[in-house]
Design a protein around this ligand. Structure first.
Ligand code: PEP
Ligand code: MG
Length: 560
């Protein structure tokens, strides 16, 4: 047997559980700048190919828009409009005739001219330059007979292979068609992983160059729980994987076996996720990631538009708590109207609340919109700021919220400095919600997007656990509630540890509520505390996890 034949399983980080099998389809990347080659023959034919390619692209984008909802639909509609614009096409045709260049080179240059015109006009139009580049790449792919960049459009189910996916691409995935996701890069708490989990698409990220071997097979089986891709699954394995993952139903309210209350809440991104989250029994929303409602937007959403989006989420949770987070733009969630895109280290850059230092209006407008939507709703609206790292930032945010009549104002604890200053921060803020994804990234100095650093990206790391306990103690000293809304809350064993540390609410993807609720309902507060004590005494993530699990007998009964 040769070395290659021996490889049957590719391992990466399993970031979204479930098993699925199917044919693989690779997400194409843009072809790049075509060379400036001259041609003297077939100019009429070459020129005629351009409008044909542009209308095919426009048609494809319009068709996709019709089958999509929310932000993704708007992005696709805008892009389709650009593909229909006759200026780009006629300029490119002219270049073929006058300069005798290939149609793809002509489209490249004509798009460059349109983009710089947009840029020189400034404001909203300047931001269209990015869409022009997208249309350009699609037309060029069409002319070259290459697959269109972006998520492939297919009717038949398949396994999507990609180098990495932007959150805006992931948000467009249809779980009925894209049965699983395998990426070369990406870490366990990247926003792509979070979205895949919310959509219930099994995903393995960070498989590195081994993706080539996955692509070379006709059918593979992805096990998103184990973080494995089986290259040559048997017929039985493929058949078994067809049974969709069963999600345990949630029976609210959240509480331990001995009746200690723990609010079990949902994380919501796109507005369309709110009603299904409410239907799942979530006791409220513990994290409404407002930036996800406006992903892919180049311009600041108007106050009216924001009021509409927030009102829809509040309406789904009338009578229940909704913790809305102000825009967390930056790092892997760039928003061109707030972030520069030119930082060498964006995760450590102008991100979250820091964007308000330069663009205070965007924060003020958002608070205006939240206050307006809250005024007309029956939801209990709490507001929090992401990426707070100093006491003064917490104080400033609370004051700003109060000026808008928003009195339940809190902060996220996702930077170690905020955990260490939890006491004084919570003397100002009404509550804290711990973002374990970022807290882990910043504690271990390990980029959450890097698959190669996945072993470091675990909230079970004892250093992260110490900071979690520190934050809970800070909250207890000020009698302020501390919740967790990072992915750690969705791990049943870790959820019990968090409760043992003093956390009073856990917010997660609605699919995880059933498992977490069931474990808590079968576990006493004393067991949670014992599990927390054991985990905190460990010296490695593996030991902490093993020790905590050993203290939680219900895990075995529930097969968790
Ligand atoms: C976190 O960092 O844990 C968090 C909940 O925020 P996000 O994942 O959106 O950065
Ligand atoms: Mg975060």
């Amino acid at each position: 047997m040769s070395g290659d034949e021996q490889i049957r399983i590719i391992r990466g980080a399993g970031v979204s559980p479930g098993r699925a099998a199917g044919p693989t389809v690779r997400m194409a990347t843009a072809a790049g700048e075509p060379p400036r080659r001259r041609r003297s023959q077939g100019l009429d034919e070459a020129s005629a190919a351009i409008p044909a390619a542009a209308s095919a692209v426009a048609e494809d984008l319009t068709d996709r828009a019709e089958h999509t909802e929310g932000t993704a639909r708007e992005v696709l509609q805008t892009t389709a409009q650009i593909a229909k614009d006759p200026t780009l096409v006629s300029d490119a045709q002219q270049r073929v005739r006058d300069e005798q260049i290939t149609p793809e080179r002509a489209v490249w240059e004509a798009a460059g001219a349109v983009a710089s015109q947009f840029e020189s006009l400034g404001g909203y139009l300047a931001e269209r330059a990015r869409d022009v580049a997208d249309v350009r790449d699609r037309i060029i792919a069409h002319l070259l007979g290459a697959p269109s960049p972006g998520v492939p459009q297919r009717e038949e189910p398949y396994i999507l292979l990609a180098r990495d996916l932007a959150p805006v691409d992931t948000a467009q995935l249809d779980p009925e068609v894209v049965r699983a996701l395998v990426t070369e890069e990406g870490g366990p708490t990247s926003h792509t992983a979070i979205l895949a989990r919310a959509l219930g698409i099994p995903a393995v990220v960070g498989v590195g160059e081994a993706i080539e071997q996955v692509a070379a097979r006709d059918v593979v089986l992805v096990d998103g729980g184990a973080g494995e891709v089986l290259l040559d699954p048997t017929e039985e394995q493929v058949a078994a994987a067809k049974e969709r993952v069963r999600v345990r139903a949630f029976d609210p309210p959240g509480r331990t076996k001995d009746g200690h209350r723990v609010a079990l809440l949902a994380n919501v991104g796109e507005v369309a996720e709110a009603q299904p989250a409410a239907d799942s029994g979530a006791e409220g929303v513990g994290l409404f990631r407002t930036e996800f409602a406006f992903l892919g937007r180049d311009t600041e959403p108007s106050v009216a538009e924001q009021v509409d989006a927030y009102s829809a989420v509040f309406a789904a949770f009338a009578g229940r708590r909704v913790v809305i987070r102000t825009l967390d733009a930056g790092a892997d969630k760039p928003m061109p109207f707030l972030t520069s895109g030119e930082e060498s280290n964006p995760a450590l850059g102008v991100r979250g609340i820091r964007t308000s230092w330069q663009d205070r209006d965007v924060l003020e407008n958002q608070l205006t919109a939240i206050a307006q939507a809250a005024e007309d709703s029956e939801a209990e609206v709490w507001v929090m700021a992401p990426m707070v790292s100093r006491v003064a930032e917490a104080e400033d945010f609370v004051t700003a919220c109060a000026a808008h009549g928003l009195h339940r104002a809190g902060v996220m604890v996702e930077v170690p400095s905020a955990a260490l200053l939890a006491g004084p921060i919570l003397a100002r803020a009404e509550f804290a919600s711990i973002g374990t994804n970022d807290l882990t990234q910043y504690t271990l100095a390990a980029d959450r997007l890097l698959g190669s650093l996945a072993p470091l990206s675990t909230p079970w790391d004892p250093a992260v656990l110490q900071l979690l306990q520190y934050t809970c103690d800070g909250g207890a000293a000020q009698s302020r509630p501390v919740g967790v809304c990072g992915e750690a809350a969705a791990d049943p064993a870790l959820a019990a540890v968090l409760v043992g540390m003093g956390v009073s609410s856990l917010s997660m993807t609605p699919r995880a509520l059933g498992d977490v609720g069931a474990l808590l309902a079968a576990t006493t507060l004393a067991e949670c505390r014992a599990a927390a004590g054991r985990a905190l005494a460990a010296e490695s993530a593996e030991d902490a996890r093993r020790a905590a699990r050993g203290a939680l007998p219900a895990l075995v009964e529930l097969a968790l």
